[in-house]
Design a protein around this ligand. Structure first.
Ligand SMILES: [Zn+2]
Length: 259
């Protein structure tokens, strides 16, 4: 194969990622507000004027409008272009890892779910059931045909959900507070369904490390104490994406350090 078709395929994948990212912005805004994600068409969040097609282009519209609504002049959140760029990048990493395969489609869909959960948890401290519960079912169904296979998928659901449930119970007995919400339990069960047992354990370890590092940075820069760290779902989302595209290589690398 020559380089040109690979380059073209890559560009198409990134472009699709940017467009999908634009739809993820709709999900991020509407799901916590219990609005339909398919109707009505996109509109300005401030003046509610429906957007023209040229105001709906990923990245380009935000740049052309300089981040303001054409009618009411209200600032458009920087979250919109960021989510579009992150989705384009996530599709690129998934395509690098899996190439043009069915597993690429499943993992790209998984990345979309992680991006939406990250953004909603960051803003609302909420991990909606309408994403996590169907996510558990879909991850398991996909595993009937694709990695990690149905046995490892079920083990991932049990370990991911069970581990966080146990932490909540133990913390509640010892300290009398909830260490995290049950949204986190369902989210790690969903991650288990898609990625299987091994990568779910890796996700848990990576998310704990991130939580520690980010907590230390926040305290060191005096931006807040222990209580103001990022919600745990945002850490799970980042860790699960890393595990989904590079988990096997990370585990190999780590094992070789000690063998
Ligand atoms: Zn407006």
């Amino acid at each position: 194969m020559t380089y040109l078709p690979v380059g073209v395929a890559f560009a198409v994948v990134v472009a699709i990622g940017l467009i999908v990212g634009s739809f993820l912005n709709v999900c991020i805004y509407r799901i916590p507000r219990k609005q339909s994600i398919v109707w009505p068409a996109s509109r300005c969040a401030a003046c509610e004027r429906p957007l023209a097609w040229f105001e709906n282009l990923p990245i380009l519209s935000y740049a052309a409008l300089r981040g303001r609504c054409r009618t009411c002049g209200t600032g458009i959140s920087i979250r919109y272009p960021i989510v579009e760029l992150v989705t384009g990048a996530a599709f690129a990493f998934d395509f690098l890892a899996f190439g043009p395969t069915p597993l690429f489609l499943v993992r790209a869909l998984f990345a979309c779910a992680m991006i939406v959960l990250f953004a909603i948890d960051l803003e609302h401290q909420l991990l909606p059931n309408v994403i996590t519960l169907p996510g558990i079912a879909f991850g398991f169904l996909a595993s009937l045909l694709l990695p990690p296979g149905p046995v490892m998928s079920l083990a991932g659901i049990a370990a991911g959900g069970g581990l966080l449930w146990l932490i909540i119970e133990v913390w509640l007995r010892l300290r009398g507070v909830e260490a995290m919400g049950f949204g986190d339990v369902k989210m790690l069960a969903m991650i288990g369904a898609f990625l299987g047992l091994k990568l779910t354990i890796l996700t848990f370890i990576l998310s704990s490390l991130m939580g520690g590092v980010i907590g230390v940075i926040l305290i060191a820069t005096r931006r807040g104490g222990m209580g103001t760290a990022l919600p745990y779902g945002t850490m799970l989302a980042m860790a699960a994406f890393i595990a989904s595209v590079a988990g096997e290589r990370l585990i190999d690398w780590y094992v070789h350090l000690y063998l």
